[in-house]
Ligand binder design. Structure first.
Ligand SMILES: Nc1nc2c(c(=O)[nH]1)N[C@H]1C(S)=C(S)[C@@H](COP(=O)(O)OP(=O)(O)OC[C@H]3O[C@@H](n4cnc5c(N)ncnc54)[C@H](O)[C@@H]3O)O[C@H]1N2
Ligand code: MOO
Length: 401
């Protein structure tokens, strides 16, 4: 049986993706959305020379220690002083206020002593000190956030400072999530002795929300072609249908037969990865269909490798999981023909942060996944790796937050 590589599978899946439409949303509601256009500054920041400290606006040359200055006014944030400083004069100033014309430094108040309107200089100050130049942060017209950037806290702050109250973003993909299996009951229900709680549906929906999609829970369909086909009808207007379970080769693995009758075109099935081999991708009309293996850890790792980039691509964003290189704290054996995703923990090893794998990598073990800090990625046919060898690692706290 031939398996497609993870790299080829992801590339094939992304090759057919088109961007979703664009919409405008208030910046306050834009968290997690992806910019559909570049965002340029609508003004200079700061728009004027601004004081960085509370104190006195001065001419630096007037400030030998012991000099006395005459206070002629006050400048506050939001209210400038309209005159011009002449020799021997100062203006009381507060952080964020426009620096008056004629002043070239701020004498901080700790280095001054006020006696009515007479101000004694306790420490000289150099020209330019504690003044932020106009537009030192950015200039009007400068593009600071590019299309494709996901809006988090930093982007929100910058877009706001650029004076964007409303931002152009990509629509959120609608992701229908269908679990399959006679054995499944929803979390919190009263399972029979042969039954299993459906953890995958709710977990994938959580991931969809975290990736900026809109999850539509289609619940659980029993292992029956008609039941699966009927339930999948709830995804007709969805951008993505995720079907969980029934992906393998057993007599009760009916997802492909059920959806084929509705017109599913399978692009790939079975990928050279472990866990996750039975993952399937195809299209049903305009809906992308991702078939995830039922084993809970396989489902989540496949969602990380395929669903996250798919959702990101529809929004015009980068979705590949960032990796970093860390040394192994213990030996690993050689790899077979499937790329491995090994649950692992961060440990201190020879004075450095290193990774060590969990003993049992069975793809049903969610507690092990929750205890793990990282996934070690090992490519197909990699040779045995001794402790100290560097491996590629995904940080789970970010990847499956
Ligand atoms: N003869 C073979 N058997 C299996 C193969 C194979 O190549 N040849 N592949 C194995 C691999 S690898 C995996 S992964 C599983 C994939 O199975 P399915 O996708 O068909 O999933 P199911 O059989 O429906 O379920 C597997 C397992 O996962 C549990 N499950 C299913 N859905 C959920 C859910 N929503 N929440 C929690 N747990 C779920 C289910 O109860 C089973 O225990 O096949 C191997 N077999
Ligand atoms: O490879 Mo399956 O996806 O491990 O259990």
């Amino acid at each position: 049986m031939s398996l497609i590589s993870v790299e080829d599978a992801v590339a094939r899946m992304l090759a057919g993706v088109t961007h979703l439409g664009e919409e405008s949303v208030p910046l306050r509601e834009a968290r997690g959305r992806v910019l559909a256009r570049d965002l340029a500054a609508k003004r200079d920041q700061p728009p004027f020379r601004a004081s960085a400290m509370d104190g006195y606006a001065v001419r630096a040359e007037d400030t030998p220690a012991g000099a006395w200055l005459h206070q002629i006014g006050e400048a506050r944030a939001g209210s400038h002083f309209s005159g011009t400083l002449r020799p021997g004069e100062t203006v009381r100033i507060f952080t964020g206020a426009p620096v008056p014309d004629g002043a070239d430094a701020i004498l901080i108040q700790e280095n001054a002593r006020a006696d009515g309107e007479r101000i004694e200089v306790l420490e000289p100050v150099a020209a330019g000190r504690h003044i932020r130049a106009a537009a030192v942060d950015f200039r009007e017209g400068e593009t600071l956030l590019q299309a494709g950037r996901r809006i988090g806290t930093r982007e929100t702050a910058l877009a706001a400072a650029m004076n964007h109250g409303v931002v152009p973003v990509r629509q959120r993909p609608i992701v229908a999530v269908l679990s399959t299996g006679d054995e499944l009951v929803e979390p919190g229900e009263d399972p029979g002795p042969d039954q299993i709680v459906s953890s995958n549906g709710v977990a994938i929906a959580s991931m969809v929300a975290a990736c900026g999609g809109v999850a539509r829970d289609l619940g659980v369909a029993v292992d029956d072609k008609q039941a699966i086909a009927d339930a999948a009808a709830g995804a007709e207007d969805a951008d993505i249908l995720v079907v969980i379970g029934g992906a393998s080769v057993g007599d009760h693995d009916l997802v492909q037969p059920a959806l084929s009758e509705k017109g599913l075109k399978v692009d790939f099935w079975r990928v050279a990865m472990r866990p996750g081999k039975p993952v399937m991708f195809g299209t049903l009309g305009r809906t992308c269909v991702l078939g995830l293996p039922g084993n809970p850890v396989s489902a989540l790792i496949c969602a990380l490798v395929f669903l996250k980039p798919l959702i990101a691509a529809m929004q015009g964003a980068e979705g590949a999981e960032p990796t970093r290189l860390l040394p192994l704290a213990a030996d690993l054996p050689e790899v077979g023909n499937r790329q491995q995703y090994l649950r692992a923990r961060f440990v201190e090893w020879q004075g450095r942060t290193a990774v060590t794998v969990a003993d049992d990598q069975d793809s049903s073990l969610l507690a092990t996944l929750a205890r793990s800090d990282a996934l070690i990625i090992r490519p197909p046919f990699a040779s045995a790796a001794p402790a100290g060898d560097v491996v590629s690692v995904i940080d789970l706290a970010q990847a499956l937050s």
